[in-house]
Design a protein around this ligand. Structure first.
Ligand SMILES: [Zn+2]
Length: 138
């Protein structure tokens, strides 16, 4: 039997490489590269060595695991987390962009946040929630 066929037969019924496995291999590679730069410090080298070793064991354990249902659950959890992370990052980016265009103020009455386009000088703001009027420099 050819080596490739033997490998395919070996991997049959096993989890293989999923998104979590891909991310893990990427992080481990980054840590190994990091180790090339900071591995001279004994403490850093020991910690990196343990973390990378544990990471590789975990990654290969998941890859060869036959408990596919459990591995898929872990992978699903990871995908959800990654998705939420991307959403949060996008929200932060939008807020950062908005801060260039808008000034943000709090209503002195009800603490409602109000945004006003920047560069208008002194403006009279009417709170959209409680109708309180106040003057700010935008
Ligand atoms: Zn208000």
């Amino acid at each position: 039997m050819r080596l490739r066929d033997r490998f395919i037969r070996f991997m049959y019924g096993r989890n293989g490489v999923d998104q979590l496995g891909q991310a893990e291999s990427f992080v481990l590679l980054a840590l190994v590269i990091l180790g090339l730069f900071f591995g001279r410090v004994p403490v850093v080298r020991s910690i990196l060595y343990i973390v990378v070793l544990a990471g590789f064991i975990h990654m290969y354990f998941r890859m060869f695991s036959k408990n596919i249902a459990k591995r898929q659950k872990e992978n699903q959890w990871f995908c959800n987390w990654r998705y939420q992370f991307a959403i949060r990052r996008n929200k932060r980016r939008v807020r950062r962009e908005q801060r260039k265009i808008y000034s943000y103020f709090k209503c002195p009455m009800c603490k409602q946040k109000v945004r006003v386009p920047k560069g208008r000088g002194k403006v009279c703001i009417t709170c959209p929630k409680c109708r309180q009027e106040f003057v700010r420099k935008a």
